[in-house]
Design a binder for this molecule. Structure first.
Ligand SMILES: Cc1cc2nc3c(=O)[nH]c(=O)nc-3n(C[C@H](O)[C@H](O)[C@H](O)COP(=O)(O)OP(=O)(O)OC[C@H]3O[C@@H](n4cnc5c(N)ncnc54)[C@H](O)[C@@H]3O)c2cc1C
Length: 307
């Protein structure tokens, strides 16, 4: 379903993010998580995109497989990094033919361990990719005459590569003006950062839906990985103190992380968030527990927000 239809029908969306598996064992975990989470009928699921060739193929394959074999609405991430225009065109054609409805258009993380020159990319910033997808939409290849719905990334705590926060808002506005239909945020652990970001977007004249990225910090190793992946994310002292109290008790740590994320979700819903996007790390347990604590067994039973 096209993003515009999703947001028109649903006052609050729930979605999950997966990454392409690298080993047969991780593939098994992923497909189990997908099966488990499918029963919640998320409004969409998204699949991340790496900088290397083979993982990129896996993203494309996984998206098409989800589309063809499940009831889920998959949204591929697509990045500017290490891409020429013809390659992006071919990927868009493949997704359009498979009936994929939406794309998350990103700048992308630079590849690690291989030489990389940003100036060799045909698209320098996500806004350029959004413009290109818009042009592709006009070509009439997509079965939906509106073409792909387009989302872009937002950074409530600021992007680590952009010290100037006012300019950063201009760049975000440029992505929306280029044609993005909604914004998905980087994960955050303090809702005040998200709510202030949402206010700043409003002041900047950004009126598309903004959906909040939530990831439960369920282990120290997971948190370290998060700190790498979501550079700049702030870990509040309250959360760190609770995790420290757990000592070596990994089960307690998991519960602390799930409790913190559940409290965030409750508060976001009270604050009329347009959507919550769960960074699942390809596992279903934490997300399922959060849904249970929110009283949600299936997203179609989520109460509409009063106008
Ligand atoms: C929800 C979400 C999902 C993500 N998924 C992936 C993924 O699957 N794969 C992946 O590789 N990465 C992913 N990332 C990470 C993201 O690609 C990087 O953090 C990237 O550096 C920023 O992405 P962007 O789309 O905001 O890029 P851009 O908007 O291109 O911004 C990149 C940098 O350039 C600056 N900038 C933007 N426009 C201009 C301009 N006109 N002039 C000068 N500077 C400018 C920005 O401020 C920022 O510092 C994801 C991030 C989020 C929040």
């Amino acid at each position: 379903m096209h993003a515009l239809d999703i947001f028109q029908k649903h006052p609050t969306t729930f979605s999950f993010e997966f990454f392409p598996p690298k080993t047969p064992e991780s593939a098994e975990n992923l497909y189990e998580a997908i099966r488990e989470l499918e029963s919640y009928q998320p409004h969409f699921v998204s699949v991340t995109y790496g900088a290397g060739g083979s993982t990129r193929e896996m993203t494309n394959d996984l998206v098409v497989r989800i589309k063809e074999t499940t009831s889920l609405n998959p949204i591929p991430h697509l990045t500017c990094v290490c891409h020429k225009e013809e390659e992006i065109h071919a990927i868009l054609e493949r997704y359009a033919k498979a009936g994929v409805s939406n794309i998350l258009a990103l700048g992308g993380d630079a590849p690690k361990g291989t030489p990389y020159r940003k100036e060799d990319d045909d698209f320098q910033h996500a806004a350029d990719l959004v413009k290109y997808i818009r042009r592709f939409n006009d070509s009439g290849v997509h079965p939906d005459k509106r073409g792909f719905g387009i989302s872009v990334a937002g950074f409530p705590e600021g992007h680590p590569g952009t010290p100037n926060r006012l300019k950063e808002m201009d760049y975000l506005k440029a992505k929306v003006d280029a044609g993005a239909d909604y914004i998905v945020t980087q994960l955050f652990f303090d809702n005040r950062d998200f709510l202030d970001f949402r206010d700043r977007c409003e002041l900047a004249g950004i009126s598309v839906p903004i959906i909040a990225g939530i990831m439960p910090a369920t282990s120290l190793s997971g948190m370290k990985r998060m700190a790498e992946l979501a550079a700049g994310a702030r870990f509040p002292a309250r959360l760190l103190r609770s995790l420290q109290r757990c000592g070596d008790d990994t089960e307690a740590m998991t519960q602390v992380g799930i409790h913190h994320a559940s409290e965030q979700c409750h508060d976001l819903l009270e604050n009329r968030v347009r959507g919550i996007h769960f960074y699942t790390l390809n596992r279903s347990d934490a997300t399922k527990q959060i849904f249970r604590s929110l009283g949600i067994s299936d997203t179609k039973f989520v109460e509409p927000v009063a106008a």
